[in-house]
Design a protein around this ligand. Structure first.
Ligand code: FES
Length: 120
């Protein structure tokens, strides 16, 4: 999973703004704490993001776009980059949600979830 060593700020809260491409008007605001991945946060909030490999960085089904706040997320590993290269619709905002560990708290992160067709 995460091999980097770091000390997340555990008392910080994040506000995560989530938009989906499937429903243009669908926008949710959720709260999260440091030390969780965006995949974990989304699933806890009943947002059913596909995660075929169970969050082990062996697929690209949890592909999302980070629209703002990427500086509050653990940097991409080479392995994540390799799997992201297989994701449809990837851009330089693309990340795998299971690898997006929240490391600094208290800020807004804005994400967009591709449609199911774009991640399958
Ligand atoms: S769930 Fe497979 S790479 Fe994230």
């Amino acid at each position: 999973m995460h091999s980097a060593t770091f000390a997340p700020e555990t008392n910080g809260m994040y506000t995560i703004k989530v938009r989906t491409k499937d429903v243009a008007t669908n926008e949710m605001i959720i709260e999260a704490t440091a030390g969780q991945t965006l995949l974990e946060v989304l699933l806890k909030n009943n947002i059913d993001l596909p995660h075929e490999c169970g969050g082990m960085c062996y697929c690209s089904t949890c592909h999302i776009w980070i629209k703002s706040g990427s500086e509050f997320i653990l940097e991409k590993s080479k392995r994540e980059t390799d799997f992201l290269n297989k994701a449809m619709g990837r851009t330089n905002e693309s990340r795998l949600a299971c690898q997006c560990l929240l490391v600094k708290g208290g800020k807004l992160i804005s994400i967009e979830i591709p449609s199911k067709n774009e991640n399958s």
